[in-house]
Design a binder for this molecule. Structure first.
Ligand code: HEC
Length: 119
């Protein structure tokens, strides 16, 4: 192992560690998220467990979404990507029927936290 590789390992491992902690803390409050889902009206297109009136059929059901491998069939199902999708689906799939609903970062994190309780 040359010195350069060693330096990389020493410098980058802790950074990678910080990154994964951020992932968890980037999740918001699931209770607020459930309320935000109702406010934004996601349920007009999605069936979402435990959200009253959320029984739309235009989009896929979000039942057990936490267990899904891909979001919208294209995006690995990680908290960051879930937040990205909720805030700007058209930047990920320009042809998607899901509209950009101008969801704030905070609300998207809370919504993501709620969706990840659906296992
Ligand atoms: C006008 C209908 C519509 C509304 C409103 C809507 N969505 Fe969607 N959503 C869709 C459609 C259609 C898809 C499938 C997209 C695709 O596969 O390209 C989708 C996909 C998703 C996915 C990925 C699901 C999967 O099975 O991979 C999530 C998560 C999601 N929406 C969350 C939300 C949230 C949260 C809101 C409210 C802020 C919302 N959606 C509002 C239509 C909608």
């Amino acid at each position: 192992m040359n010195a350069k590789v060693l330096v990389c390992l020493v410098l980058l491992l802790p950074v990678a560690g910080c990154g994964s902690e951020e992932t968890t803390s980037s999740l918001g409050d699931p209770v607020k998220g459930k309320a935000a889902i109702a406010e934004y009206g996601c349920g007009s297109c999605h069936a979402i467990p435990d959200v009253p009136g959320a029984n739309g059929r235009t989009g896929p059901t979000l039942e057990r979404i936490a267990k899904r491998t891909y979001l919208a069939g294209v995006l690995p199902n990680t908290p960051e990507d879930m937040v990205r999708w909720i805030r700007a689906p058209e930047t990920i799939d320009p042809r998607t029927a899901m509209p950009n609903m101008a969801v704030s970062v905070g609300d998207a994190r809370d919504i993501t936290a709620y969706l990840y309780t659906l296992k």
